[in-house]
Design a protein around this ligand. Structure first.
Ligand SMILES: Nc1ncnc2c1ncn2[C@@H]1O[C@H](COP(=O)(O)OP(=O)(O)OP(=O)(O)O)[C@@H](O)[C@H]1O
Ligand SMILES: [Mg+2]
Length: 376
């Protein structure tokens, strides 16, 4: 923490920190003072200014922190004005084997499902946009070789530009950096194992993603070759499993979950998509595809249920029209559910990263591309 100017008027740096100390971060269960969130404390007479530096700009309790801090410091005798700047330094997961692949990406999050058509791409696109709306720098990588959705969902098409040394420049859409197999091939391609492997490798090593707080990966469907390749090659910080409440989807969701657990990628949680329908005329919630399915699987598998996205008809037109719900209808029930999900994902990553060693050792070469399950 920057040293304050000490005694001025009759308030001191120590008094200010003591006043702020009771404010706990609900995830870390520690005081924001002890966590080192308070930066650049300045005292000039009765005027106090400082920053609260969060571990992610997507922190859902940002406003609460600001209000509580303002109230606590204003209550001190001698304080006339408090100026608080909310900032964020997104923490990243950096292990030694992550240095070579996506070295400037702080968090790589896989959005996966066992079964097709459950809303994986919809969740991936809206999650990326919701994170970006908080001020984070975000990329969306569409690795669904069989049915890329990002061009349609984000309303962006055409081949990406390449540099003279054959690096691909991501396209831009709604503030996101984007890469999709759909930008590269107009006609459907029959992907064979080795081609999938090399394409995914290209996306991870030959795309100029630059500095990103979050890279959201729309995973290839299922638990086949393409999905497995990606879990082995990408330095995944965590995975989000999307399912619908029906048993047929849940069976496959379990398989998806197990795939990540086998390669020791933390599963951040399950998202229940098309969870319920809110009747527009009577406001009643209908659980069309059954109730409690994802919750049960989450409990069985020891992971949290981190979101319930309602079935909302305009989610379809939003996706098909290139303006996902988070930007076309942010205050709708689904829009809010996606935004809440982004907050939870960001917080879970912050927590995980506080447990991970904060290393980015560029001297260590990442070589192992054929790790056995469990070898991560
Ligand atoms: N919450 C929702 N409410 C209404 N429609 C939805 C919802 N989520 C997704 N959809 C629609 O369901 C269809 C399938 O969604 P999406 O393409 O995201 O699934 P997917 O799992 O990525 O499918 P695929 O396996 O083909 O890649 C799309 O038309 C999408 O707009
Ligand atoms: Mg898809």
């Amino acid at each position: 923490m920057a040293a304050g100017t000490g005694q001025a008027g009759n308030v001191t740096e120590a008094q200010i920190l003591d006043a702020l100390r009771p404010i706990d971060d609900p995830d870390f269960h520690r005081s924001i003072v002890d966590l080192g969130f308070i930066k650049n404390l300045r005292i000039e007479g009765g005027r106090v200014a400082f920053s609260i530096e969060l571990t992610t700009p997507a922190c859902p309790v940002k406003e609460k922190f600001q209000q509580a801090a303002h109230q606590a410091v204003m209550a001190l005798p001698g304080v006339e004005h408090v100026d608080i700047e909310m900032t964020a330094q997104t923490r990243g997961s950096r292990g030694p084997d992550r240095a070579q692949v996506l070295p400037h990406v702080r968090n790589v999050v896989a959005v996966a499902s066992g079964k097709g058509g459950v809303g994986k791409s919809t969740v991936a696109a809206n999650l990326a946009l919701a994170l970006s709306r908080t001020g984070a720098t975000v990329g969306l990588m569409d690795c669904d070789v069989y049915g890329p959705s990002v061009p349609l969902m984000l309303g962006v098409s055409g081949p990406p530009q390449a540099t003279t040394d054959q690096k691909l420049i991501p396209k831009q859409g709604h503030g996101l950096k984007l890469m999709s197999i759909g930008f590269l091939a107009d006609t459907p391609v029959i992907w064979r194992g080795p081609m999938v492997h090399s394409l995914i490798r290209t996306f991870l090593t030959d795309v100029l993603w630059g500095e990103l707080d979050y890279l959201i990966v729309d995973m290839p469907p299922g638990t086949g070759d393409a999905a497995l390749t990606l879990t082995q090659l990408a330095p995944l910080s965590g995975a989000v499993i999307v399912s619908t409440p029906q048993e047929v989807a849940l069976i496959d969701a379990r398989k998806g979950l197990q795939m990540f657990q086998r390669v020791q990628v933390p599963v951040l949680g399950i998202v229940e998509n098309m969870s319920y329908f809110v009747c527009p005329s009577c406001d009643t919630k209908h659980t069309i595809f059954g109730e409690g399915g994802c919750e049960r699987v989450a409990r069985e598998m020891g992971v949290p249920l981190i979101g319930r996205i309602p079935l909302q008809p305009d989610v379809v037109s939003a996706g098909d029209g290139g303006k996902p719900t988070v930007i076309s209808a942010p205050d709708s029930p689904a829009g809010r559910a996606f935004t809440d999900l982004a907050g939870i994902v960001a917080r879970k990553l912050s927590l995980l990263n506080s447990e991970a060693p904060p290393v980015l050792d560029t001297n260590i070469t990442w070589v192992n591309t054929s790790k056995e399950p469990g070898g991560r």
